[in-house]
Design a protein. Structure first.
Length: 396
């Protein structure tokens, strides 16, 4: 059976690749809004994969992960818009054309800054576990949101609650992804262009996570997750590996934030609230902690489900004569769906296979020369064994 599955893997991958390539054009027949939903879902997949490194592999509960998302987004917003040139005349004089840093330079900068923020968060929390770690990380996420919300005085850097607008679109080899293109006789609107970019980033992130999971670092993270004291006793440097988990997971959030900023063209502190952090954690838990396919399924489901339920909440609101708030009803339907899924699948929709289970002991193999000693359980077992040995001695 395993050989058959292994032989069919290339066929499965080929079919999946073709389906993903055709998906935006099929959904586009019903409107670009559906393709946009998939685009946002792919960004959440990227975020969930990064958080899975921290929560799923290393076992560190992080409720402030959205802070790294904000770091990457504001890095793109400041370096690829007119925000800084409008605020600082000296920058405008030095760069007359405006500060429009190319995306291929902003992505590594956003990832590096987010990784540094992850290490900064991890340093004071090395000895914290469980609820205490969750509270500290939650506070870190809120600090970042409040910081960017108030950084419009006395010097206007982030434009405060009004946000940053006019963020540059991504251009690859002179091809502007923000404009409609035509390839192979098909129309490629903005949402389709970004779909393939986000899909490539997600595929690259999955490859990194897959290799990490099977590396020495990944196995060390899992050892820390299962029993930190035992891992330390075995010589694992838990301090450095925890910092590495925070930093590595944060880089995924930074890259996703850069993509979000250029895709939206506008960012504000409301996009990086505590609710977003909780939703990303729920994606990892609902899909299956530590299991890549499960995390992807959970992220796709929880990111797309609220948008799809808009089309359910609207008719229900009309049936009640407008007495129900559609947004509240939509949240209620999402909550009911999550509760139902967790009751039916407590370990997640696609949990990781259980490792480390002891196989049932095989019965002892007898040889023709062995005496046929009946297996007894209880206090008489030792007496029976003594009788056999003594009878054998008398026979000799």
């Amino acid at each position: 059976m395993n050989d058959t599955v292994r032989r069919n893997k290339p066929v499965v991958f080929l079919v999946a690749a073709l389906a993903l390539a055709v998906l935006p054009f099929v959904l586009g027949m019903a409107g670009n809004a559906w393709v946009r939903i998939i685009d946002v879902a792919l960004l959440y997949v990227l975020l969930a994969l990064g958080l899975n490194i921290v929560v799923g592999y290393a076992g560190l509960l992080d409720l402030g992960y959205v802070a790294f998302y904000a770091v990457g987004a504001y890095m793109m917003g400041l370096l690829a818009s007119s925000q800084l040139t409008d605020t600082f005349p000296s920058i405008a004089a030095a760069i007359p054309g405006g500060l429009h840093t190319p995306w291929w330079a902003v992505i590594p900068l956003g990832a590096l800054l987010a990784g540094a923020a992850g290490a900064l968060l991890g340093a004071p929390t090395l000895k914290l576990r469980g609820d205490y770690l969750a509270i500290v990380t939650l506070g870190f996420g809120e600090i970042v949101r409040v910081f960017v919300n108030n950084l419009d005085a006395p010097v206007n850097i982030t434009n405060g609650p009004k946000g940053i607008t006019g963020i540059d679109e991504i251009s690859i080899f002179g091809l502007d992804l923000g404009k409609t293109q035509h390839f192979f006789g098909l129309e490629w609107p903005k949402v389709t262009n970004y779909y393939f970019l986000f899909l490539a980033l997600v595929a690259f992130a999955v490859l990194i996570c897959y290799r990490l999971e099977r590396s020495r670092i990944g196995r060390a993270w899992m050892a820390i997750r299962e029993d930190e004291i035992a891992a330390k006793a075995m010589g694992i440097n838990t301090r450095n590996l925890k910092l590495l988990a925070f930093a590595m997971g944060a880089t995924f959030g930074g890259v996703s934030g850069v993509m979000f900023a250029t895709f939206q063209g506008f960012i504000s502190p409301e996009s990086f609230s505590l609710q977003e952090s909780i939703m990303i954690v729920a994606m990892v838990v609902l899909g299956g902690i530590g299991h890549l396919p499960g995390v992807i399924v959970g992220a796709l489901l929880l990111s797309a489900l609220p948008e799809v339920l808009r089309y359910v909440a609207g008719p229900l609101q009309e049936m009640t004569g407008g007495r129900l708030d559609a947004s509240i009803l939509r949240q209620l339907l999402v909550a009911v769906a999550m509760i139902g899924i967790m009751l039916a699948r407590p370990r997640g929709l696609w949990p990781s296979p259980e490792h480390g289970k002891l196989a049932p002991a095989a019965p002892p193999q007898r040889t023709p020369d062995d005496p046929a000693v009946p297996q007894r359980v209880g206090p008489m077992a030792s007496e029976a064994t003594n009788e056999v040995h003594s009878s054998g001695a008398r026979h000799d």
